[in-house]
Design a protein around this ligand. Structure first.
Ligand SMILES: [Zn+2]
Length: 261
């Protein structure tokens, strides 16, 4: 039987392949939830995605991480919460029990598991997405979707978040942004663009998380092409919502992403 650590290594190796242009060196990370045991596996700090093996992943407590996130959301970031987060990251252990520090971006995945009904979470730095996310009008470039499969696979409305420092600030901004989005639209975002930073996608299987990233990267290239051709013409928002929730498209999304759950 394949272990979760082996499965997530497979995802990381595919996402980290040089030709995918999603990450370079130790950029990006991924995580997978083990709900029955209130824990998740996340990439250890400094590991190269494309070379990840089972011992490059560490277990972290979900409820302890959520506690930090919720305290910060309620009363703001404090040095005590920074230290508590650091302690959790430093006490993480690999599948065979070796202590290794978890990624500084771990809280992004905590939000995916706690708030976005996902069990797989992928965070990368694809060049075309970062180009748009580093542009002056980044938020405007992500105010809609640009072709039907983007609406179906990545959701009808992207969530763009301004730059935050990796660590508790990034986690807090991500949590607040996702909460606000859910209040506003009554659904979870399926692609989250981090200003001057990268992309986050989710799924209930690794194929769904990866396919959503691949479509999001294509959609970023389309935006860049449209900008050089005079400007982006988004699919009207109501049409994007309609196609994203049509039963045949929902069924097709499941087929496309290779997950039957
Ligand atoms: Zn990152």
């Amino acid at each position: 039987m394949t272990t979760l650590a082996e499965e997530i290594s497979d995802l990381a190796v595919r996402a980290g392949a040089p030709e995918a242009d999603l990450t370079i060196l130790a950029e990006g990370n991924a995580a997978v939830l083990d709900a029955a045991n209130d824990r998740f596996l996340v990439k250890a700090s400094g590991v190269v995605m494309g070379e990840a093996t089972a011992e490059d992943w560490v277990w972290v407590s979900l409820s302890k991480s959520v506690e930090i996130l919720e305290s910060a959301h309620k009363s703001g970031r404090t040095p005590a919460l920074d230290s508590a987060l650091d302690a959790i990251l430093k006490s993480a252990v690999t599948p065979s029990g070796v202590t290794k520090k978890a990624s500084i971006e771990t809280l992004v995945h905590v939000v995916a598991f706690h708030l976005l009904e996902s069990s797989w979470s992928l965070h990368t730095h694809p060049t075309p997405v970062v180009a748009l996310a580093a542009s002056k009008d980044a938020a405007a470039h992500y105010s809609g979707t640009v072709f039907p499969d983007e609406s179906v696979i990545c959701g009808p409305i992207p969530l763009y978040l301004p730059y935050d420092e990796p660590g508790l600030s990034l986690g807090l901004g991500f949590y607040s942004g996702a909460l606000k989005y859910r209040e506003q639209y009554g659904m979870s975002p399926r692609q989250i663009i981090l200003g001057n930073h990268g992309l986050c996608t989710f799924g209930n299987g690794k194929e769904e998380a990866l396919a959503t990233t691949q479509i999001a990267v294509k959609a970023a290239r389309v935006r860049l092409g449209a900008l050089t051709a005079g400007g982006i013409n988004f699919i009207p928002n109501s049409a994007a919502q309609t196609i994203a929730f049509r039963p045949d498209e929902v069924a097709r999304r499941k087929l496309l992403t290779g997950d039957s759950k």
